[in-house]
Design a protein around this ligand. Sequence first.
Ligand code: GRF
Length: 220
Amino acid sequence: MSAPMTSTCNVVVLLSGTGSNLQALIDNVRAGENPARIAAVISNRADAYGLQRARDAGIETRALDHKTFDGREAFDAALIELIDAFNPQLVVLAGFMRILSADFVRHYQGRLLNIHPSLLPKYKGLHTHQRALEAGDREHGCSVHFVTEELDGGPLVVQAVVTVESDDTAHSLAQRVHAQEHRIYPLAVRWFAEGRLVLGEQGALLDGQLLAASGHMIRT
Ligand code: GRF
């Protein structure tokens, strides 16, 4: 079993949008349920509402506009510099709408988490709720995973399953999935901050045990 983390787990959150997952994490930390410390929130969009949420919570924010860089590699190199100034043990992608370069992903290997609104490996990419409905799926949900070079493809940590109702629309389904995201992302961050969650050679380990390919499953 991995040793519990004794020092503070600094977390840097990257986002591009409204930041409801950031809010869930802020609330979880504030409630004393999570030993993580959110050191900074960084966005590629200066007008992202998630930055306002961070400011309201007294968390440092930075904006780095990808459009002012000459290509993905240059942007990612500047982003790494910005992130590392906060000395994070963990980097959390919370609706960060940028594809990350291989160099970036390698730099944060084992300490980079993402949340995705589907039961991965199903529906990588966008429009996941609509795609689940069109496929006639009875179950849908969300996944937290370690990030590797494969888009939405790294080892799964935790998934929450939501039942699809016959009258669901993409909007109603998205709302229920979002509510589950707000449960499982703080949970995964807590496990990491407690030193219980690590990325091993074979996949994600929780308390020293290799997690199933689907990660820890939560049924709602
Ligand atoms: C979530 O649906 C998450 O799964 C995806 O981006 C969205 C971010 O939502 N990666 P929010 O900004 O946290 O509300």
